[in-house]
Design a protein around this ligand. Sequence first.
Ligand code: PLP
Ligand code: ZN
Length: 411
Amino acid sequence: MRKPEHHFQCINCGNHFNKDEVKYLCPDCSENNSSASPPKGVLKTIYDYENLKKEISGFVQLKQNNFIDILPIKNSKNLPNLRIGNTPLYSIKNIDDSKLPFNLFLKDDSQNPTFSFKDRASAIVSAYAKENGFKTIVTASTGNAGSSLAGICASQGQKAVIIVPEKAPAAKLTQIIMYGAKIIPVKGNYDDAFDLSIEATKEFGWYNRNTAFNPFTIEGKKTVSFELYEQLNFTVPDNIFVPVGDGVIISGIYKGFEDLLKLNIIKKMPCIIAVQSNESDNLIRNINKQKFISKSSSTIADSISVDIPRNFYMTQHFIKTYDGKCLSVSDDEIIKASSILSKNTGLFAEPAAAAAFAGLLSYSKNHQISESSNNVVLLTGSGLKDLNSVKKIINIPDAIAPSIKELKKLF
Ligand SMILES: Cc1ncc(COP(=O)(O)O)c(C=O)c1O
Ligand SMILES: [Zn+2]
């Protein structure tokens, strides 16, 4: 069977584009983009669902083909040989000795090779670059996307150029350097890094992985939905709690389930709950507004600290189309949730990921979650990536003399 071609549809004007006509944003809508409001023209990748429905018998066949029929690459052999995705889904029964009154599952995406969800996107971008003769991939990043691209490129023998604001957390910068990428810290913020990466793309002909710019990051991220569907015995979860900054991860999750919906594999969408920090809630605060107004963000959860969400319009479209929900939590709740999560489950998540868990805790206090429902929290990154933010709840005790007498005093 010949792999059906994909094409693009602009999330703002709805125009369709041939896959060879554009690579990044819709040319019409992106023309007047400014850094003061969310960019327009992000593209959704569309497959030939009608033909696929005739040719594919169901989910099992899709999986047997490594989902290649609904991915924008030619051959899954071009994906990195690292284990990307296929992360564990843990069932959690109790928290602090209380039995949970609903089913809770934690999807641990810190188990990806570079310890964050971003590897799903980097893998597809890297394979596409390999198939299309790009030797160098550039990205602007606040940390995780850059460390991910650096690691994935290292595994594929590709060159990575990572442009970061100089204040990114040390562990993420260290990863980028250890993976051998060219790291370019800039005096400025993420937007400055983003703009420079676009100029570099034009100047040097590199392939660009920027999130909400390269449409294939969404295609990589959607693979988590396929896994959830399978891990829950071929059912759609009832609720999924997702940490949100720019809105690309959440759009990826929607896109994965939407592909399955369009292929008649599933019949309903999950309810997706977008979780942001109170200190950085630009996406959810503006979701029903006519005019986007940004507030300066200052959350400890650096990965979801975003002033102008770059995938605002697509996230808005998905949340409105599929009745998603929005929720914000305080930084204090995030830190507390991080500690509850670690102590109860053995999973140490970075603050952005702990925000999703804080979202579940807060939601379950204020809403009736049905007893038989399946609820998923997406844990997007490892706690070791940002030790600084939990410093205030960590108290490493003074050393004692190594005697049993001294030890007894502590119990
Ligand atoms: C660990 C982690 N969680 C959540 C997010 C939020 O993803 P998005 O910006 O696509 O909403 C990010 C993005 O950097 C991240 O690194
Ligand atoms: Zn457009």
